[in-house]
Design a protein around this ligand. Structure first.
Ligand code: FES
Ligand code: FE2
Length: 355
């Protein structure tokens, strides 16, 4: 018989620790703040855990991240424009280089020096279709998690954006608790999940489930299952979900891989990118075709799972936001949790911010 684990939601638990619903983030990881194609030569304002950041692309195409604050009068630099390689403030036209130093004041008198003001610049990388940012203070010693399937010709990608008024812990717990397939019954994503075991280390929790999948992508015609429900047949597949702090990744059998790349904004707001990959690995004949043709297929099928993915996001957000509201309304009320993967997940979130 499974044990019911009472979970305290209150702001401090019996050990006087902070509630998981109020946890900050461990800044010493790479977070995803934007899609690559969102960053053009016009500055883009993003927020990672209460820090407003201006992202921009310089004349050579390189992406930079500066604190979104002009040190002259404290307005947002993201209202401005990119001039060659500098970011120019909209108000008086001061310009800042990628290191956050003032590089030009257009009305500087001959007897005046450039002000020595300095704003923060952040390590940022463009990789696998996304902009990864490191909000920690020191030089990063780790690499972004990355999505090897993004440019791989054998994977068809679909992206859905999550903007939810909820703490990131609700989103991660939703993604790690595969028993919530119940919520998505009408969308036929997976069914009958059953937790088998859990592996954990200091940066991740891997929960191994078995489940029933609706799709089997093994013959070329089976792609049509993505569009025609009548062609789907339930069959058993391993369903593995991992919280690789601060992101989430999952595989359902050989055919599907999903990532959720997180950008927590504050205690009650989270942005995330959900990326679904359908594998074409089973079609060995396809792999013999010219690369340009395979690229054409990959690009033409981009977004093939959009309806499914957007549908899942709408249903999940509704539940997550209700959980958040219930918590804000009464922080003393208790949940009753049966899934031990969630206990591991909460433990990981807490130990990460103690680092
Ligand atoms: S406030 Fe930015 S240049 Fe004056
Ligand atoms: Fe879901």
């Amino acid at each position: 018989m499974q044990q019911i684990i009472p979970e305290s939601n209150s702001s401090l638990n019996q050990f006087g620790q902070k509630s998981v619903r109020k946890l900050g983030i461990n800044p010493h990881h790479w977070y995803v703040v934007a899609r690559s194609d969102e960053v053009i030569n016009k500055p883009l304002s993003v927020t990672i855990w209460k820090q407003a950041i201006a992202l921009y692309r310089d004349s050579s195409g390189k992406v930079h991240a500066l604190e979104d604050r002009c040190p002259h009068r404290q307005v947002k630099l993201s209202h401005g424009q990119v001039v060659a390689n500098e970011l120019e403030c909209a108000y008086h036209g001061w310009q800042f280089n990628s290191q956050g130093e003032c590089a030009k004041v257009p009305y500087l008198a001959a007897n005046q020096k450039l002000p020595s003001c300095q704003i923060r610049h952040y390590p940022v990388k463009e990789q696998d279709g996304f902009i990864w940012l490191f909000p920690g203070n020191e030089t990063p010693k780790i690499e972004p998690m990355g999505l090897p399937e993004w440019d791989h010709l054998n994977y068809i990608a679909t992206v859905s954006v999550i903007n939810t008024h909820a703490h990131y812990s609700y989103l991660i717990e939703n993604l790690m608790d595969m028993y919530h397939g119940h919520l998505h019954q009408d969308l036929q994503a997976w069914a009958e999940a059953s937790l088998q075991n859990i592996d954990e280390d200091e940066n991740s929790v891997h929960a191994h489930y078995t489940a029933q999948s609706y799709y089997k992508i093994d013959k070329i015609w089976s792609i049509s299952q993505l569009f025609f429900p009548a062609l789907r047949r339930l069959h058993s597949e391993p369903l593995d979900v991992s919280y690789v702090y601060p992101h989430w990744v999952s595989t359902l059998g050989q055919d599907f891989k999903i990532y959720c790349l997180l950008c927590p904004i504050n205690e009650t707001e989270t942005k995330a990118y959900l990326i679904h990959f359908t594998s074409l690995n089973a079609f060995w004949r396809l792999h013999k075709l010219p690369v340009w043709f395979r690229k054409f297929i990959k690009d033409s099928l981009f977004g093939a799972a959009q309806k499914l993915l957007d549908g899942l996001v709408i249903q999940d957000i509704k539940m997550i936001e209700e959980e958040q509201q219930a918590y804000l309304h009464n922080q003393e009320i208790k949940n009753y949790e049966l899934n031990r993967a969630l206990v591991s997940v909460q433990k990981l979130m807490k130990t990460q911010i103690e680092k």
